[in-house]
Design a protein around this ligand. Structure first.
Ligand code: DC
Length: 222
């Protein structure tokens, strides 16, 4: 069993790299942001302000979030329904970031994340994997890149999905979200003390993946 934690700000390429590493190593990729996005989606659907901690907390008993894997692909379901790309819009990104600052939401999702890592070898990406979820992970990487590189990548990704966004909008949203995620009181998005910092601004996705695989081999001898 192996546990690899990948944390870092949005648009650093965590999911692209983690997916490729999972495939090469034959382990499961867990996208934890999808869990917060699912809660954000429900909160929006109910018309609740995502910053209203008491209002959001009151909705949690109505929510069942499940993680499943089909042919190595993660499916997150909300009360039995797979939401697909509906959780990937810029608006839901903001909802996810807001609800993720609420301690009850983090507690609500903790067991789902730790349980999957207990039963499987995983590479898990998020903001607090190395600090809170898997503090004893075999390898911890904090993946980052310049704001400009990250915003360009995120814009290209959203445009490829048919969304009508500009570079400036994406950059502003991303910087706000990163500021909120890294300065919140609970489980802020910071590198664990024993995390290896990897700046992939000038790396291709393949180079980032190779760099992570190399670090995993160095750390684990596998
Ligand atoms: O990785 P992502 O962009 O899909 O994450 C969406 C939001 O969820 C992000 O702005 C912060 C929050 N999040 C978190 O607080 N902790 C995690 N482990 C993963 C995501």
């Amino acid at each position: 069993m192996i546990q690899i934690a990948i944390d870092g700000p949005s648009g650093a390429g965590k999911s692209t790299v983690a997916k490729a590493v999972a495939k090469q190593l034959g382990i499961i990729y867990v996208d934890t942001g999808a869990l917060y996005r699912t809660i954000g989606y429900y909160v929006r659907q109910k018309g609740v302000d995502p910053k209203d901690a008491a209002g959001v907390e009151a909705l949690l008993p109505e929510i069942q979030v499940e993680l499943k894997y089909e042919n190595g692909t993660q499916i997150v379901s909300l009360n039995g329904e797979d939401l697909g790309d509906r959780i990937r819009t810029p608006e839901i990104s903001m909802y996810a970031s807001a609800v993720s600052a609420i301690p009850a939401v983090r507690t609500f999702l903790l067991e789902t994340q730790q349980d999957i890592a207990r039963r499987n070898s995983v590479i898990m990406d998020g903001r607090d994997i190395g600090t809170v979820i898997l503090p004893n992970a075999d390898v911890k990487i904090f993946l980052t890149a310049s704001d400009e590189c990250r915003a360009t990548r995120r814009r290209d990704e959203l445009v490829a999905k048919g969304m009508n966004v500009t570079y400036e909008e994406v950059l502003a949203d991303m910087q706000k979200r990163d500021r909120d995620d890294s300065t919140r009181a609970v489980a802020p998005a910071v590198a664990a003390e024993d995390a290896i910092l990897l700046d992939n601004s000038w790396m291709t996705p393949e180079e980032s993946t190779e760099a992570v695989i190399r670090l995993v081999k160095e750390k684990t001898g596998k």
